[in-house]
Design a protein around this ligand. Structure first.
Ligand code: IMP
Length: 197
């Protein structure tokens, strides 16, 4: 079976990407299987740059085709912040809860201007080939208080456009159908000749 490396040790991502690629007859292995203590500095200014840094580092270290993703939340009232800083919005060792509290704080006066989107960029790097990219976006708005227990990150504050629910109020299966990562993956499959059967 053809194998690609996922430039992440996140189990949720491994399962999500694994399921999608398995359906195409491609196995997805975590970078953790090849490199112990995998850690690459994500110092890019954009989601594209960070995804490229991770995918190309994994490809160079393993010699195998590698996939990486980078994602985050952009809030229009805040000029697109926290963007690439989503994970460490409230500081280097921040938590989801602290990030969410800070976001609500910053939007305290943004009564009717709470639109936002999640972005996911995928980078696929194969030896001797140009790196392919794909983008997915999920649109919505930021609630005034957290709702729901599912998901992670900003999910309890993100009300999906066209729905009354936040991402933390839907099942993982539903989220995996509509998420920015799912959209990016579909786009990568469409655009990238390497996956055409
Ligand atoms: P990364 O792409 O795994 O580095 O994720 C960056 C950060 O963006 C996460 O730590 C979350 O704060 C935020 N984020 C990305 N995708 C989601 C999502 O689907 N739900 C909630 N937060 C997300």
């Amino acid at each position: 079976m053809e194998r690609i490396v996922l430039a992440s040790t996140n189990k949720g991502k491994l399962r999500e990407f694994g399921d999608a690629f398995n359906a195409l007859g491609i196995e997805v292995a975590s970078i953790g299987q090849y490199i112990s203590g995998w850690d690459v500095e994500e110092n890019g200014a954009t989601f594209y740059a960070n995804a490229q840094i991770k995918a190309e580092a994994a490809m160079e270290m393993t010699g195998l085709p590698s996939l990486a993703d980078d994602s985050g939340l952009s809030v229009y009232y805040m000029g697109g912040a926290p963007g690439v800083y989503s994970q460490r919005y409230a500081g280097e060792n921040s938590t989801d809860q602290l990030n969410n509290e800070l976001l609500l704080d910053r939007l305290a006066y943004a009564k009717n201007y709470r639109q936002a989107h999640f972005t996911a960029v995928l980078a696929y790097a194969a030896p001797g080939a140009v790196t392919h990219f794909a983008l997915g976006r999920l649109y919505g708005s930021i609630t005034t208080a957290p709702r729901g227990d599912a998901g992670f990150g900003y999910d309890p504050l993100f009300e999906i456009r066209g729905s009354t629910k936040t991402l933390a109020e839907i099942t993982l299966e539903e989220k995996n159908r509509i998420s920015h990562r799912a959209l990016a993956l579909r786009s990568l499959f469409k655009a990238c000749g390497a996956f055409r059967g």
